[in-house]
Design a protein around this ligand. Structure first.
Ligand code: ABN
Length: 174
């Protein structure tokens, strides 16, 4: 036992001879600063894209996404990507007087809504955010029930070129 005591005492004394109080305080400071910096990493945690809530696809509430809930029966370019919004035509275009109607489910409130797909007319194709989802769409030989149709053709001759499509809520379905 005495031998153990002597060994412990000797090594403690050797350690004390090798390390000054200043170096001990320095190491402690480095340790504390390092520990404080750790929670800051990784830096961009808040900017990470959030996954869509369960059962809803990514972009279900984004009018520039083909997955936007109102786009369930669309065939065309999204006006929200073309200088307009989901309900307004881009500058220099006019809304078609006749439209294609669809019924889409809104995951936000669990209800179905009648959506009017009014084309915006008078300029060449926008070419951005093409989207073709076609729920309850029928063949073009039944144009009244087809989304694959230029609804600008109901406008005056000058306004026939198709640019993009808006998605306006007409009302709740049922
Ligand atoms: N209703 C959109 C559209 C326009 C032109 C051709 C096909 C579809």
């Amino acid at each position: 036992m005495k031998l153990l005591d002597t060994l412990a005492e000797e090594s403690a004394r050797a350690l004390a001879r090798r390390s000054s109080r200043r170096s001990l305080l320095g190491s402690l400071g480095t340790l504390l600063i390092g520990a404080a910096a750790l929670p800051l990493l990784p830096v961009a945690r808040g900017a990470e894209p959030q996954p869509a809530p369960a059962g809803k696809p990514d972009g279900w509430d984004d009018p520039t996404s083909c997955n936007y809930w109102r786009h369930c029966a669309i065939d065309g370019f999204l006006c929200a990507c073309c200088g307009g919004t989901q309900t307004t035509c881009p500058p220099g275009t006019d809304m078609s007087a006749v439209t294609w109607i669809g019924t889409c489910h809104n995951p936000a409130d669990g209800r179905d809504y009648v959506i009017s797909y009014n084309d915006c007319c008078g300029k060449g194709s926008c070419g951005r955010c093409t989207c073709n989802r076609n729920e309850r769409d029928t063949a073009l030989y039944q144009p009244g029930q087809s989304n694959d149709y230029n609804w600008c053709s109901g406008n005056s001759q000058a306004n026939i070129p198709y640019h993009c499509t808006t998605v306006r809520i007409v009302g709740a379905a049922g």
